[in-house]
Structure formats: structure tokens, C-alpha cells
Write a protein that binds this ligand. Structure first.
Ligand SMILES: Cc1cc2nc3c(=O)[nH]c(=O)nc-3n(C[C@H](O)[C@H](O)[C@H](O)COP(=O)(O)OP(=O)(O)OC[C@H]3O[C@@H](n4cnc5c(N)ncnc54)[C@H](O)[C@@H]3O)c2cc1C
Length: 379
């Protein structure tokens, strides 16, 4: 058993961390205020191979393991979890295309996705179906020459901003087996977007409803086999859950680092805050929780890489544990900053807001418990 990162994995982490500190951290607050991440950032990330982190090398991707990919998200989140999480969604879509799209569709879409000239969004949730995603109602009708999509998706990260949408829609009967996956380019007639959602965190990412009003796409835009879309969508989620956990972890680490620095300088009652034993113990608890989260996450990523039979359960457990630990840690870091923690300039309140949604999406943490509980009682 070896808990150390190899040289290559360490280099991946360092590269992502350096890029994040140089190109993302100085702008994170401005992008949050603008409500948008400049599109020019993505090709820069793509130059580092981050447009297709776990797209196979044969297809032009970086071919990283899931564990290595979590390092990228952990490192980038030390600069801004909202930017890192958006990259995770794009990567989830790119991997779906690599794994399941027919060769012609892959050839036409992957180069743009890998260079991030084409930014991708993932459209599963609908106004009437979130956790119960298999109940989705968006219809995909076969027209003979292609598909016609009608319906509405809710909460889409990058809605109205991305260049292409991976859409799960119902081409058959009720239930998961009636769902297929499609690629819908942003300029498809009949595709429109709701207003910008006003939200607690992840403010630099635009979130909008995505509407399909008789959107016609060619037959080739069906991803993989008809009726397999739900399976494909769920396959992407194990990795997505690891990534979102890594985003919580990196942000929590950044908050703890900043808090230590702040506490060393800040004085009260004639001494530094780090001299109060009650606060030292608080810091120790945060460090213990953070390190436990890191080990648990990396073990889950390793299980997914090994295709272990209990990988899905471990991804769910890690997502629940790490995202909740991350939220608790950043909230405690805010408290240790006193009133300054509440001010935007110190960067901690943004992390508290950004991390909250990690407990909700990629499957809520209740659904994570459901996955774990089912695996326990179904033997
Ligand atoms: C900022 C943001 C960005 C998002 N981006 C995307 C995106 O890009 N693409 C996308 O497809 N979706 C996206 N989502 C949607 C997200 O995945 C859903 O919000 C999430 O899956 C929960 O669905 P819901 O909101 O419909 O809640 P519901 O499913 O209605 O759940 C409500 C509550 O009931 C609980 N609950 C539901 N079922 C059960 C059960 N069986 N047992 C116990 N508890 C249960 C839930 O845990 C939750 O607490 C995004 C959401 C947000 C907030």
C-alpha cells in the first residue's frame, strides 16, 4: 500500500496549482461579480491538457487516471471552486463523447472539446425531475432523418454560455431505458434559454434553464445507442462526484492556509490568535477532518481507477463525506477570521457560498446515503 503521490501525479498537481494561482485566483472575485468566466480562459486550460483530462490518449485527450484528475480539481479549487467545478462538467461531457459517441461524431466534436473552443454543458435535471432523474420528460422524437427535441431542462451550468449541450431525453417509454443521450449545438434553431438564475454561490458560472422547442438535430447527434442515455449519464457521475469532492477539498485547504496566516498576525488580549489553546485545538480538528477527507477521496478515486466492484459506493461515500467536511471547514475558517471572514475581500465568505451547492448537485448527499444504504441492505 502506497499513500504517496507519484512524481507524475505530483507534477500534475503542481502545474494546476500554479496555473490557478497565476490565472484564476487574482480574478475570481471579479468574475463572480461579472457573473461570467471569460471564454478565453478555457483554451489556456486546454493547453495544459485539461479540456479532456480523462479522455483517452488515442482520442487526443490527456488519459489521466481518475485519481490524477481529482488532483487537478483540488489544485484549481485552491484558486476558485466555481471555475474548477465548471471545468469538471465540461470534462464529464467530453468523456461521455469519447466513451460512447460513434466515430464520426467523436471526430467532429472531440477536437473542439479538447481545445475548449467548444465548451460543453450537461443537461439532465428538469423542473419536475432532479434526484429522480429517470423520470425526465424532455421528448426526443425520431423524424426519419434525425431527432426533434421538445422540453425543458433546469439548473444547467453554462446554459446560454456553452457551445454545445449533452442532453438526456426520452426517445422511448417510461423509466431509465427510454432515455437516450444527444448532442445539441448552441446554435440549433428552437434552442433557447431562461433568465440567469440568481444564486448563493458559483456566481461566476451562469446557470439557466435550457428549452427545446422542436429542436431538430441530425441522426448522427445521437450519442451511442438509443435507450442507453441514462446509463451513460450515470456512468459519468461517479467521476463527477469525485471531482466535486476535490473542489470542496481544495477550497477547504486554501481556506485553512489563509486562516492560519491570518491568525498568526491577528492579536487579541495581548497575544496572537494562534496562541490560544482553544483555537489551536479548533485548528487541529480542521486539519484532522481535512486530511481524513483527502485520504477517503483518493481511495475512492483509486477504486474507480481499479474498476473495483464497490467503486460506486465509495464515490458516493466520498462525495457525502468530503463535501460536508469541506463546508464545515470553510465555515469554521470564516469564524476564525471574526468579522473579517464575513467581508468579501478576505475571500472566505465566497468559499462558504460556493461549497454549499456541492452537497446538492451530482446527486444530493441524501441520494449518496441512499446509494450506500442500498449496497448495505441488498446483500
Ligand atoms: C447551481 C446548480 C447547478 C446545477 N448544474 C446542473 C447541470 O449542469 N446539469 C444538470 O443536469 N443539473 C444541474 N443541477 C441540478 C442538480 O443536479 C439538482 O438540483 C439535484 O440533483 C437535486 O435535484 P432537485 O433540485 O430537483 O431536488 P429534489 O430531487 O426535488 O430533492 C429535494 C430534497 O429531497 C431529497 N430527496 C429526493 N429524493 C429523495 C430520496 N429518495 N430519499 C431521500 N431524500 C430524497 C433531496 O436530497 C433534497 O434534499 C444544478 C443545480 C444547482 C443548484
Amino acid at each position: 500500500m502506497d499513500f504517496a503521490l507519484g512524481a507524475e501525479a505530483g507534477a500534475v498537481f503542481d502545474m494546476a496549482r500554479a496555473f490557478g494561482q497565476d490565472r484564476i485566483a487574482p480574478h475570481a472575485q471579479a468574475w463572480e461579480e461579472a457573473g461570467e468566466i471569460p471564454k478565453e480562459l478555457w483554451p489556456e486550460l486546454a493547453e495544459l491538457g485539461f479540456g479532456g483530462l480523462y479522455v483517452s490518449e488515442e482520442a487526443g485527450g490527456s488519459g489521466l487516471s481518475r485519481l490524477e484528475a481529482t488532483l487537478v480539481f483540488e489544485a484549481l479549487s485552491m484558486a476558485c471552486p466555481s471555475v474548477a467545478a465548471f471545468l469538471s462538467i465540461h470534462n464529464m461531457c467530453a468523456r461521455m463523447l469519447d466513451d460512447f459517441a460513434a466515430p464520426a461524431l467523436k471526430d467532429s466534436l472531440l477536437p473542439g472539446a479538447l481545445s475548449m473552443q467548444t465548451v460543453l454543458s450537461y443537461c439532465l435535471t428538469e423542473p419536475g425531475s432532479g434526484s429522480d432523474a429517470a423520470a425526465l420528460k424532455t421528448r426526443a422524437e425520431c423524424t426519419g432523418t434525425g431527432w426533434k427535441l421538445t422540453g425543458s431542462k433546469a439548473f444547467i451550468s453554462g446554459g446560454g454560455y456553452s457551445d454545445g449541450y449533452v442532453v438526456m431525453a426520452r426517445s422511448g417509454g417510461a423509466g431509465p431505458k427510454g432515455v437516450s443521450a444527444f448532442y445539441v449545438p448552441a446554435d440549433t434553431p428552437g434552442l433557447s434559454f431562461g433568465g440567469l438564475e440568481r444564486k448563493m454561490g458559483w456566481k461566476s458560472q451562469p446557470t439557466r434553464a435550457v428549452q427545446f422547442d422542436g429542436c431538430e438535430i441530425p441522426a448522427e447527434n445521437l450519442i451511442g445507442e438509443e435507450g442507453q442515455g441514462f446509463t451513460y449519464a450515470m456512468k459519468g457521475l461517479d467521476g463527477g462526484r469525485l471531482n466535486i469532492s476535490a473542489c470542496s477539498l481544495g477550497a477547504a485547504q486554501a481556506a485553512l492556509d489563509a486562516t492560519l496566516e491570518y491568525m498568526r498576525d491577528r492579536r487579541a488580549f495581548g497575544q496572537s490568535l494562534t496562541d490560544f489553546q482553544a483555537l489551536q485545538f479548533r485548528l487541529a480538528d480542521l486539519e484532522i477532518e481535512l486530511q481524513a477527507a483527502r485520504v477517503f477521496l483518493r481511495q475512492a478515486a483509486w477504486k474507480l481507477d481499479q474498476r473495483a466492484p464497490d467503486a460506486t459506493k465509495h464515490c458516493a461515500m466520498a462525495k457525502k463525506f468530503v463535501t460536508e467536511a469541506g463546508s464545515r471547514i470553510v465555515n469554521q475558517c470564516l469564524q476564525l477570521h471574526g468579522g473579517y471572514g464575513y467581508l468579501a475581500d478576505y475571500g472566505i465568505e465566497k468559499l462558504v457560498r460556493d461549497l454549499r451547492v456541492h452537497e446538492i448537485l451530482e446527486g444530493t448527499n441524501e441520494i449518496m446515503r441512499l446509494i450506500v444504504a442500498r449496497s448495505l441492505v441488498s446483500k
